[in-house]
Every structure is written in structure tokens, then in C-alpha cells.
Design a protein around this ligand. Sequence first.
Ligand SMILES: O=P(O)(O)OP(=O)(O)OP(=O)(O)OC[C@H]1O[C@@H](n2cnc3c(O)ncnc32)[C@H](O)[C@@H]1O
Ligand SMILES: [Mg+2]
Length: 198
Amino acid sequence: MASKIVFVTGNVNKLKEVRMLLAPAEGQVPAFELTNIDFDLDELQDSSLENIARHKVSQAQEKLAKGTAVFVEDTALCFDSYNGLPGAYVKWFLKSVGPEGLVRMLAGFDNKKAEAVTTVAFADSNGQIHVFQGKTQGKVVDPRGSREFGWDCIFEPEEGAGKTYAEMEKKDKNQISQRSRAFALLSKHLNGASNSGV
Ligand SMILES: O=P(O)(O)OP(=O)(O)OP(=O)(O)OC[C@H]1O[C@@H](n2cnc3c(O)ncnc32)[C@H](O)[C@@H]1O
Ligand SMILES: [Mg+2]
């Protein structure tokens, strides 16, 4: 029977993407069963994205039965002109000023470059924590495309042929996104570990 892995997140857009990214290739037997729980996890005020993700998954481990394999992810948007801020705090900026407010933050700067970073922390069934990170470079632009997911409408990745994430098909975003890069590393780890149990 396939082992179970829990993804703790309250963000349905993230969950949708992660389900696509971890789906087995056609004809392949799933190596694990992915379930979702929405716990409210504290997010450290720490400039290290790895520390934030590790802290998040440790809390998730405490809430779940011992031996449960679980992962979380934390996604940051780092402005070059702000030396990496808002970073992991982008959620709170979005909540208070929306995508337009994020664009206005860069109004006085010529440099609109930004880096999107997803950090995954995976606790295996032995309780050991593994961290994987993916990054995508781009720039902040006036909103274009669907408003469905976070800052997608203002992030134009370098590899996106001039489109914002929000203007791209999900499968195309998944080719180049910071999330896809982080989860490719997790998948590799899980496939390597599949013989010994997650
Ligand atoms: O429960 P968790 O998993 O923590 O979900 P969250 O929504 O709180 O997510 P984060 O703490 O990682 O905060 C990241 C913020 O960036 C947004 N976000 C994350 N990934 C994104 C992506 O690929 N494109 C656009 N916005 C994204 C997300 O909606 C949040 O506002
Ligand atoms: Mg969060």
C-alpha cells in the first residue's frame, strides 16, 4: 500500500499546484498518497527562509501522530531593490495593500527585479527534516491576468515570454516556477527513498 504524506497548508492555490507537481507520471503507480490538513502554523519572523520552513514543519510534526510523514512550504517574493524584502512577509503586504501596493513600493526604483523562492521542509517518518528550495527570477510589473493567486498578476518571470504568472497556463507556470523547482527536489528525494519507506 502506498505510504501517506500530509501537506499542511491553508492555501488552496498552492495545494492545487503541488498536487499537479507531485502527480505520478502517466501509467506510474503513485509512490504515496497525498493528503491535506490546514493547521494554523506560526511563521517565524526570521530572515532565513530555511528556518521559517523548518519551524513550520516542526509545529506540524507536534500536531500529528508520531511517524507521520509531513511537509510544508513557505513562499517568498524578494525585491532586489529592498535587499530581499518583503520576502517571507509578502503575504502580509498583499493583505494590507494588494498587488497594486506592492507595485507602488517599487515606484521610486528603476530596478524592478524580484526573485520568487519556495522552501519546502519535509519531515520523514523517522522525524528527520529535509529542506529543498527552488527559485525563479523575474520582475514586478503592473497587474496583468487573473487575480486568483497571490502576487501572480504582478510577477513576470524571465523565462515566461513576457507573460505574468497569472497570464500563463498552469502547466506553463509549472515548467518554470520556484515551486516546481523546489518540488522536483522533493520528488527526487522521495523516489530515492521509496524503497526504504518514506
Ligand atoms: O498555509 P501556508 O502554506 O503557509 O499558505 P500561505 O498562503 O500562508 O502562504 P505563505 O505563508 O507561503 O505566504 C506566501 C504568500 O505568497 C502568495 N504565494 C505563494 N505562492 C505563490 C505563487 O506561486 N504565486 C503567487 N503568489 C504566491 C500566497 O498567496 C501568500 O500570500
Ligand atoms: Mg503561511
